[in-house]
Write a protein that binds this ligand. Structure first.
Ligand SMILES: [Zn+2]
Length: 270
């Protein structure tokens, strides 16, 4: 069984200055039995870092319209059933379950703040500057702010397939982004900057080796990567191979849309 002290000691072994902000992705269950659960993990983070940010995304507010832009990895008109199940975004809408229990535990803290994107909100402690950088069409702007502040990505019991900062690096590198729709109290809102598929992101791990710090804790690992270095490595990877980090599923709509977009870009170059 892992305790608060185990997590505190593990985080200390990463040797990251407490003044550097962290963007954290986590799976509590990966650590087996944790005494005190999500509060323990969060408490250890709070004891180690001043500024903590986590994704508290709410995909359940998304709507599929009848029509939209081409090559957008969206089956227009297929939302007959799912649109009826969509929830209206509100600032206290819980984070989706697939984010894990830790971000929702963070969001519920009285001193936590949340950015106001209807689908891609982040929650944080002492992170008002980063959170307020977000806009409807620049959903990943908080990660830009964290990078400028010397931020680090922490993957706690998870791998790069949930590393949202790789999406931010992809966007900087000019990779295709998507248009999506969300249900808000005024109706349906359209926004840009929805990222692609992350299923192929673990392929970046060997390229990040030199800048990665990792510690083992119980049955899992904590992996730490500086945002600045991550952006550089992803950027050079995509410059070398514009199709890098896409997933291997031949039916993946977003990865296929990136491939089609790349063919268009190549034609324009020639
Ligand atoms: Zn994919």
């Amino acid at each position: 069984m892992l305790t608060f002290r185990d997590f505190l000691a593990a985080l200390r072994r990463l040797e990251i200055e407490r003044s550097f902000p962290v963007i954290v992705h986590s799976s509590l269950s990966a650590f087996g039995h944790v005494q005190g659960g999500a509060e323990t993990l969060l408490g250890a983070l709070m004891g180690s870092f001043q500024t903590i940010v986590m994704p508290t995304f709410t995909y359940k507010t998304m709507i599929i319209p009848e029509l939209g832009p081409e090559n957008n990895a969206c089956r227009y008109g297929s939302g007959m059933v799912s649109n009826q199940l969509a929830e209206i975004y509100r600032p206290n809408l819980p984070a989706d379950r697939l984010m894990g229990i830790v971000p929702e535990t963070l969001r519920r803290r009285t001193n936590a703040q949340r950015s106001n994107h209807p689908v891609l909100s982040f929650s944080g402690l002492n992170a008002s500057e980063a959170l307020s950088a977000q806009s409807l069409d620049e959903p990943l702007a908080p990660l830009h702010a964290l990078r400028l502040a010397g931020g680090w990505v922490l993957l706690m019991g998870v791998n790069h397939t949930v590393n949202t900062s790789i999406h931010y690096a992809e966007r900087l590198a000019g990779r295709k982004q998507f248009v999506r729709w969300s249900l808000i109290s005024d109706g349906v809102v359209e926004f840009e900057g929805f990222p692609g598929c992350s299923d192929g992101f673990e392929a970046i791990a060997p390229h990040l080796k030199e800048i990665t710090r990792q510690v083992v804790i119980g049955p899992a690992q904590i992996i730490a990567v500086p945002l600045e270095g991550l952006v550089k490595v992803v950027g050079s990877r995509l410059a070398a191979d514009p199709l890098a980090l896409l997933c291997a599923n031949p039916d993946c709509e977003r990865c296929n849309a990136v491939r089609s977009d790349q063919i268009l870009k190549n034609e324009q170059l020639n």
